[in-house]
Design a protein around this ligand. Structure first.
Ligand code: HBI
Length: 362
């Protein structure tokens, strides 16, 4: 039995959607580790809620999203930082745990790693965005080998220390997603509504194909959303809100396809496997995580990045995809048990190793 302390992202409370896919990965993993008899405590910003998971809520100001900061900017911390306070808490309770697992894409936890007695595993949730952060991660990769985990190969490849990253993939509780064989005639787009996700590409493709686009997810950048509404006043789109998994899967399942149009190297794309689990094919740009998930021509289509023309063409071909194969792929590759096996092995290997955080720096 492992005693695990999970430290969440400092950009938003768990359940708010501000933390994007990592909220789902952290909570899925916590549930699965508990099911396996491990002990899990979650540390997260105040107002976090997730079923009956035990959460230590920490007040304080949220961290600025790393993707809104320039690559070469210095690291920023707000006053009364929730990130700082979550790690203060971790320091005081560290002797009660076998392993601390960091889910924040931030400089501080990497910097603090050699100052802790308890071992720390870092789950990195995005591709490279900041020179200063890359640098401190590289130091941890070198001095604490094996402690950096990522979602995908293409995400790892954005970092100078790619070869030291452990590739862990993702997974979801498939029993929460119902297979829908016969969809309505609408398309779906799902994610944080922010510029790096390029929702406008999906809106344009929907307008050209005259197919309704249902938009799901947290509006993170309000001005960005308003700009899209202004730029495409006649587009057949509908904002569906930020829904619970139960309501989301019901609505998502009825869609013909999920469009994934991120401008950046998406680290994974949990939304892709949520769609597949409902039997919904995925049309995505051939870049980043989605390119490692979607089986072109079988469970969706991978198209030339940033090409609206190719999105439109793929939408036209969507009936060639057998929705049963989408659900099958989710079951074979993205189960919670699979996710649990990969992370459990990673955690157990780290805990059984000697020397990492015992003053014996490699
Ligand atoms: N930005 N500074 C910072 N820290 C995070 O943990 C972080 C972030 N931006 C986005 C984010 N995490 C999550 O949405 C990822 O899952 C993508």
């Amino acid at each position: 039995m492992l005693k695990l302390l999970f430290i969440s992202t400092p950009v938003g409370p768990l359940g708010s959607g501000l933390g994007g896919g990592v909220e789902l990965t952290l909570t899925n993993l916590a549930v699965e580790m508990l099911r396996r008899g491990h002990q899990v405590k979650i540390v997260a910003p105040a107002h976090s809620v997730w079923g009956d998971l035990s959460i230590e809520e920490i007040p304080g100001n949220l961290q600025i999203h790393a993707q809104t900061q320039g690559r070469d900017l210095p690291i920023q911390m707000p006053e009364n930082s929730v990130l700082g306070k979550m790690w203060d808490y971790a320091r005081t309770v560290q002797s009660d745990y076998d392993l601390i697992v960091n889910f924040a894409f931030d400089w501080l936890p990497f910097y603090l790693t050699p100052f802790f007695q308890c071992k720390i595993a870092h789950f990195v949730s995005m591709g490279s965005l900041s020179i200063a952060l890359d640098e401190i991660m590289a130091q941890v990769a070198q001095n604490f080998p094996g402690t950096l985990g990522v979602y995908t190969q293409s995400q790892a490849a954005t970092f100078p220390f790619a070869s030291s990253c452990k590739i862990l993939g993702s997974g979801i509780d498939l029993s929460m997603y119902e297979f829908c064989e016969k969809p309505d005639n609408a398309l779906a787009w799902l994610g944080r509504i922010a510029p790096e996700k390029a929702l406008e590409d999906a809106v344009e493709a929907a307008e050209i194909t005259e197919t309704k686009l249902k938009i799901f997810g947290k509006i993170q950048v309000q001005e960005y959303w308003e700009q899209i509404c202004q730029d495409y006043p006649a587009a057949p789109m509908e904002y569906m809100g930020f829904l619970s998994t139960e309501n989301l899967q019901q609505e998502l399942g009825k869609c013909r396809a999920l469009l994934m149009t991120p401008r950046w190297v998406e680290a994974f794309g949990n939304v892709a496997i949520e769609a597949l689990a409902c039997g919904v094919p995925v049309i995505a740009y051939l870049r980043g995580g989605p390119a490692e998930i979607v089986q072109h021509g079988k469970t969706g289509f991978l198209v030339l990045p940033d090409s609206i023309t190719e999105l439109v063409e793929a939408i036209g071909n969507i009936d060639q995809i057998d929705r049963k194969l989408c659900r099958e792929q989710a079951e074979q590759e993205y189960s919670l048990v699979g996710l649990g096996d990969r992370f459990e092995t990673w955690f157990q290997d780290l805990v059984s190793e000697v020397g990492l955080n015992d003053g014996e720096r490699v």
